[in-house]
Design a protein around this ligand. Structure first.
Ligand code: PMP
Length: 367
């Protein structure tokens, strides 16, 4: 068996220990004589798996009692629609900070559904190389929430602060954060947020599962005519089982949470490892005239590191040779080109060392 280093932006690398555990339980789950994939989602066995995964996630991230954790389908993209449907039932505007492609999609989807939307700040004028400073943000006077993307996966732009905002009338605006590509990468204070959501396929588990962490007071505001499967209240009341949930993805996410706690030692330890990994790669880029990354230092993503070669004619050779060296999926997003190394939790530090060594060698030979 050969495992290469996988820098894919998502679906992304999973911890080897998790894959091996899943393999050992694949055919016969803990002596029950069947696979998790074949269990009823209402069986005692699966309900125990589901509850443990939720409990471990709550413990890891420090989710307070007054928040529900939903295990849903439809990807982070479905939340672009479900959020306004659920939070704007009582009117008001959805406010957005724009720092790249995903935040724009979230805004466009809310607009498409006819909701009142307002841009509270944008990094578009600087080409998305630095997030807007806190003091230039402006929320509308009836903002029901403020949406932002804590880490823009394509641009490699990460917030270095939490954009709390207060409306003209003195009300603080609930923060809604798309944490798809940096959830569980470091400790956060969940109580600062109204809603946190994330597609699973980066730091949580396989594709097909989306986690939504929502504060109780934001549940039950949906317009009554939305589909039941989109209604946070109905989903919360049914323990995310209004219909059949993505059971196997839920189970695998549970294994990832266990790995994070037992093998890594929790989010503080994960944070330190992630810091070291990204520091090493940015230092290598910085030290060379051959590689470059345009993002302002304080907003460089620790999860997604885009970079370009001085001569883009060498891109193809770089990617081919990297692939041959067992460094997979370094191609930048199709909308921006260049390279991108995603350094999610499950990408080990050795992978970054191998990438940095390969980059130096490529530069020596081809630069
Ligand atoms: N938001 C962010 C920040 C993302 O990186 C992605 C996926 N790359 C999405 C949303 C969309 O996720 P999904 O494919 O699960 O809908």
């Amino acid at each position: 068996m050969t495992r290469h280093y996988n820098f894919c932006a998502g679906p992304a690398a999973l911890p080897v220990a998790v894959l091996e555990r899943a393999r050992s339980e694949l055919v016969d789950y803990q002596g029950r004589g069947l696979s998790v994939m074949e269990m009823s989602h209402r069986s005692d066995e699966f309900v125990a798996i589901a509850e443990k995964a939720e409990a471990d996630f709550r413990q890891l991230l420090g989710v307070p009692e007054n928040y529900k954790v939903l295990f849903l389908q439809g990807g982070a993209s479905l939340q672009f629609s479900m959020l306004p449907m659920n939070l704007l039932g009582q009117g008001g505007s959805a406010d957005f900070i724009q720092t790249g492609i995903w935040g724009k999609k979230a805004l466009n989807e809310a607009k498409r559904l006819g909701y009142a939307c307002h841009v509270a700040g944008s990094s578009e004028p600087n080409g998305h190389v630095a997030v807007p400073e806190h003091d230039v943000l402006r929320v509308s006077k009836d903002a029901a929430y403020l949406h932002y993307t804590s880490n823009e996966t394509i641009g490699g732009l990460e917030f270095d602060y939490t954009p709390h905002m207060t409306r003209e009338d003195g009300q603080s605006v609930p923060l809604v954060c798309d944490m798809s590509s940096n959830i569980l990468s470091k400790p956060i204070d969940v109580s600062e947020f109204g809603v946190i959501y994330a597609g699973a396929q980066k730091n949580i588990g396989p594709a097909g599962l989306t986690l939504v962490v929502v504060r109780d007071d934001l549940i039950g505001r949906a317009k009554p005519d939305i589909p039941s499967l989109f209604d946070y209240q109905m989903l919360a009341e049914a323990g995310s089982m209004v219909n059949t949930p993505p059971t196997y993805a839920w189970y695998l996410a549970g294994l990832v949470f266990e790995w994070l706690r037992n093998d890594i030692g929790g989010l503080t330890a994960m944070d330190a490892i992630n810091q070291r990994k990204s520091d090493k790669l940015y230092a290598a880029i910085e030290a060379s005239d051959f590689y470059s990354n345009p993002i302002a230092e304080q907003n460089r993503s620790r999860m997604n590191v885009p970079f370009v070669l001085a001569d883009s004619a060498l891109d193809k050779a770089f990617l081919q040779e990297a692939d041959q060296a067992g460094l997979l999926n370094l191609k930048g997003h199709r909308s921006v080109g260049g390279m991108r190394a995603s350094l999610y939790n499950a990408v080990p530090e050795e992978a970054v060392d191998a990438l940095v060594a390969f980059m130096a060698d490529f530069e020596k030979r081809r630069g």
